[in-house]
Write a protein that binds this ligand. Structure first.
Ligand code: AMP
Ligand code: TRP
Length: 325
């Protein structure tokens, strides 16, 4: 039997190349080796302020882009978290096993509290416990994520261990899996690429906008003039070349940047052309699906149905181990 794999993505904005390189691309390569469940985690997304009128569209778009990028729903389960109420139920139970002190240490909570000073709600604090419930509800043993989620998966291991010790062996201790691009920086070169910042390239970005965004992106800041030699080792765009350009181009850009044979604009043009080429089929398939929301919803409903069954069974075992009936 294949090991169960679980991961999630928030419907909180445009899916970007950081999500793709850090998570989705990896998910696609793992799809045949594991029994995979992927979730559009809307309960996580409501921990910060959002527009309810936009939520359905965001959920459909997130699903469409994941499928458009290659996440084949015939070979995995794709579903919306809030369609399986057991996520909230298990969260409550796991809350009773989670020391507040552990949650206070979560860097994402600290960052988001700073960014949302007027809305530091209990849900934001409890976010990692909901994430743990997501994984454990399906007995997920493997969790492919970007680096920013490492601390949350470590916490899920601790909570699983606690449950097993207190009530009896039920859950595996989830192991994280990082891709070869665990932390893609934003176009400013300073902060992580993120949906909530104006520093990303969306997976369905228009070709013209890709070029516009890249042409303004930060490179090696020590390179002041065209004739100065550059240092690819500290250039965020050189890092991106590694995921979009050929070996030969990467070598050439590396050499010719150091010798000032090419300038940043030349380097950006090559990157932009390649990125546009790589993203074109993803964009086309995603936009196509967005035009047929009923098809996407059908996939999500079928996914939720399968998840409901697994979740009900797990909750039955949880309740019985805990003496709740
Ligand atoms: P989110 O958009 O926060 O729901 O993230 C979905 C997945 O993408 C998670 O596994 C994140 O760790 C991953 N991810 C988000 N931003 C980045 C980034 N800049 N670089 C690499 N992975 C990322
Ligand atoms: N919190 C994750 C993020 O923002 C998304 C997520 C929710 C997740 N539940 C999960 C990831 C369970 C892995 C496993 O990226």
């Amino acid at each position: 039997m294949k090991k169960r794999l679980f991961s999630g993505i928030q419907p909180s904005g445009d899916v970007h190349i950081g999500n793709y390189l850090g998570a989705i691309k990896n998910w696609i390569t793992l799809i045949d080796d594991y029994d995979c469940i992927f979730s559009i985690v809307d309960y996580h997304a409501i921990t910060v302020e959002y527009d309810p009128r936009q939520m359905q569209k965001r959920i459909i778009n997130a699903a469409a882009v994941n499928i458009g990028a290659g996440l084949d729903p015939d070979r995995c389960i794709l579903f919306v978290q809030s369609q399986v109420p057991e996520h909230a139920e298990l969260t409550w139970i796991l809350n009773t096993l989670t020391p507040m002190g552990l949650l206070e240490r979560m860097t994402q909570y600290k960052d988001k509290s700073r960014q949302n000073e007027k809305n530091v709600n209990v849900g934001l604090f409890d976010y990692p416990v909901l994430q743990t419930a997501d994984i454990l509800l399906y007995k997920g043993g493997v969790v492919p994520i970007g680096e920013d989620q490492l601390q949350h998966v470590e916490l899920s291991r601790e909570i699983a261990r606690k449950f097993n010790m207190r009530y009896g062996e039920l859950f595996p201790e989830p192991q994280h899996l990082l891709s070869d691009a665990p932390r893609i920086m934003g176009l400013d070169g300073k902060t992580k690429m993120s949906k909530s910042m104006d520093n990303y390239i969306s997976l369905i970005e228009e070709p013209g906008t890709i070029w516009k965004k890249l042409s303004r992106a930060t490179t090696d800041e020590n390179r002041k003039r065209r004739d100065d030699p550059g240092n690819p080792d500290i250039c965020n765009l050189y890092t991106l070349h590694k995921y979009f350009s050929t070996e030969t181009e990467i070598d050439k850009v590396n050499r010719e940047c150091r010798s000032a044979e090419i300038g940043c604009i030349d380097c950006k043009k090559i990157l932009s052309d390649n990125m546009i080429k790589v993203l074109a089929p993803i964009r086309e398939k995603s936009l196509n699906l967005m035009d047929k929301p009923e098809e996407v919803l059908e996939v999500l409903d079928a996914g939720a149905k399968k998840c409901q069954e697994i979740a009900r069974e797990t909750m039955g075992k949880v309740r019985s181990l805990m003496g709740l009936r």
